[in-house]
Design a protein. Structure first.
Length: 262
């Protein structure tokens, strides 16, 4: 399969199929869904950490060479800073939306809920476009690394999309329309992948730094976004399951890397 076609297919897989799969959780009994979904978060945490530290970052260092190791470290640090700022902006945007909702709750509650749904769609589109960039950069380095990256993206998107779908339905969208819009935001991953493909083709020397930036994104999502949620339940049984599933996520990536001969 031509590389560009494979990149587009995997970007669509990470952005669209994960949204469709996530909707399944909203049709299963609530008690079962609430028990299963946190396990996906634990597994996704391990997959993201493994993809970043066992796949993306080693390839970035290998591509840059010993002379570029310092620049790779600086790129990783800058990437963490960028994702921190992006999250701050999203939180600020949400805070402003909630404040307006509280101020006009009696007359504008429904419209504010709908605005929250629109906000989710905008945020998802940006997020998915970045995912597409990460997938394309990985594939342009190595096909197996691209598949590993796609797997990590899809793993963390599933629980994320469940929450977004619920926000859209709460905002007044029908289930079918919420699903269609959630799937449509997945197209942003394809556009992001195409932009990265044509941009990085002209500047292949930047590819190792794109991989380091991708590693920063995965690390930030895992450490700042997912792990704090896992700590909300600290009983011994739940903690043991979390550790096991995080380890499983890392192991899956490690096996994929080993099978690829790296």
């Amino acid at each position: 399969m031509p590389l560009l076609l494979l990149i587009v297919a995997c970007a669509a897989l990470g952005g669209i199929v994960s949204a469709a799969f996530a909707v399944v959780f909203l049709w299963v009994p609530e008690r079962l869904a609430s028990r299963v979904l946190p396990h996906f978060v634990s597994f996704a945490t391990g997959a993201l950490l493994g993809a970043a530290l066992l796949g993306l970052l080693p390839e970035a260092l290998a591509g840059a060479g010993l002379a570029g190791a310092h620049a790779i470290g600086a790129t990783l640090l800058a990437g963490l800073g960028v994702f921190f700022v992006i999250e701050k902006l999203v939180l600020w945007w949400h805070a402003g939306d909630h404040a307006a909702h509280d101020h006009g709750a009696h007359g504008h509650g429904a419209s504010r809920d709908r605005a929250s749904g629109v906000l989710v769609l905008v945020g998802d589109s940006i997020h998915n476009a970045l995912d597409g960039v990460l997938i394309a950069a990985a594939f342009m380095t190595d096909r197996t690394l691209g598949l590993v990256t796609t797997f990590a993206v899809a793993a963390h998107e599933i629980p994320h999309r469940v929450g977004d779908f619920a926000v859209l339905v709460h905002g007044g969208f029908t289930r079918s329309r919420a699903l269609a819009l959630n799937l449509a935001t997945g197209l942003a991953a394809v556009f992001g992948a195409l932009a990265a493909w044509y941009g990085l083709q002209r500047t292949l020397g930047l590819l190792p730094y794109a991989l380091a930036f991708a590693a920063a994104g995965f690390l930030y999502i895992a450490v700042a976004g997912l792990i704090p949620g896992l700590h909300r339940r600290a009983d011994p049984r739940t903690s043991a399951i979390q550790v096991m599933l995080v380890g499983l996520g890392i192991a899956v990536i490690a096996v994929a890397e080993r099978l690829a001969g790296r």
